[in-house]
Design a protein around this ligand. Sequence first.
Ligand code: RB5
Length: 142
Amino acid sequence: MKIAIASDHGGFELKQNLIDYYQKQGKNLEDLGTYTAQSCDYPDMANKMADEILQKKADLGILICGTGIGISIAANRHKGIRAALLYDDFTAEMAHRHNNANVIVFGGRTMNFDDVLRRINIFLNAEYEGGRHQNRLDKLDM
Ligand code: RB5
């Protein structure tokens, strides 16, 4: 599975830490930026990620801003993007089982590395249930 990652400055440190962690595990995350800790605009990063996912260049996106809120709002303006802010473990599971999120979102200033890593694993280990949930997802893109 190809995973892309992007953040604004508020999520930069967490993004770098995740990239480093996965690299040590032998897995490369595709880094869409931002590439420095300098202030930037989260919609630009969300738009980049939306293009990546919608053009099927990556299977899953990880987006990070300070709270995860702004970058979620921006990503979800793109038809076909289902960005879910994984604010706890239960949500991490449901975001896959029920929402089949194609982008998962975290807050670099509101969440710690261990919690984020655990939620990524919970999300990846869960399976989309389809059925009645697919009817609902279809209505999102009407
Ligand atoms: C940037 O200062 C901050 O507003 C942004 O990272 C994010 O938290 C917005 O929702």
